[in-house]
Design a protein around this ligand. Structure first.
Ligand code: UDP
Length: 242
């Protein structure tokens, strides 16, 4: 496929146009950022690993009836995706308390939540991606009431698919962030990526709170062995039959 000039460069991916206006090519970079890009680095091989993990997870989610933007991977670190208008909302689903939930509520790290918690954040780096209330979200017209219902229900379905999937991998899905886009038919598709950059993943059976971490918290908290952890997630994900 001919690669056209890039149309957008984000923190972890570059998007290129293709010959087909309905299809974009996402190139997954090795660059890593955290804390609203105040911390920057490179995780060797991350682009390829995240692309392969995301592709596998998108296929599993799609197989269970949830539409995604995923088409295929023409190269190990490239994904062809359907062109969508990304909604400026980061949807976070949590099963276990960690990260900003602990910081903002005082809940202890590792508290198992009685039911999955769905949260919406405003995707806006200059404002620091703030937590939104439903009313603020509607006030700012970031989504319609109907879209909000769809996002909430899809997020819970995706959580249940991913939780089961990672359980088969010997991994606990603590929390994750997803993004959605609207296609030319006004359909809402799961978009962006699902990878150790956007999930908290803990190795089941590992009691050490640092050793169990298989996700970007290794980078955020300078825990070391980041490449090994990402590679381990990929190996475990590929071990699950599609
Ligand atoms: N997350 C993400 N991108 C963001 C913010 C959060 O992928 O810009 C993911 C993060 O990796 C975790 C989940 O969303 O799996 C919840 O993150 P949290 O709100 O706890 O924020 P953090 O404290 O990690 O910044």
């Amino acid at each position: 496929m001919n690669r056209h000039p890039q149309i957008y460069e984000g923190k972890a991916k570059i998007l290129y146009a293709t010959d087909n206006p309905d299809i974009l090519l996402a190139y997954f970079k090795d660059d890593a950022t955290a804390f609203n890009a105040q911390k920057r680095g490179k995780i060797v091989g991350k682009g390829e690993i995240n692309c392969q993990i995301a592709a596998h997870l998108f296929r599993s989610i799609e197989a269970q009836g949830i539409a995604t933007h995923y088409i295929d991977c023409p190269a190990v670190n490239e994904m062809r995706v359907k062109s969508v208008q990304i909604l400026p909302i980061e949807v976070v689903v949590r099963n276990i308390a960690a990260g900003s939930l602990c910081q903002q509520t005082g809940l202890a790290l590792g508290t198992i939540l009685p039911q999955p918690l769905v949260e919406f954040f405003y995707k806006n780096d200059s404002l620091g991606d703030p937590l939104l209330t439903r009313d603020r979200l509607l006030l700012m017209e970031l989504a319609t009431v109907e879209q909000l219902e769809i996002l909430h229900s899809k997020a819970l379905q995706i959580n249940s698919i991913l939780e089961n999937f990672f359980q088969l991998c010997g991994i606990t899905l603590v929390d994750f962030k997803i993004e959605f886009g609207v296609d030319k038919h006004e359909q809402i598709l799961l978009a962006d990526e699902i990878s150790p950059d956007s999930c908290r993943l803990w190795l089941i059976g590992e009691p050490d709170p640092n050793l169990r971490v298989l996700d970007k918290d290794r980078f955020r908290r300078d825990l070391g062995n980041i490449e090994d952890a990402y590679q381990q997630v990929l190996a475990r994900v590929l071990g699950v039959k599609e």
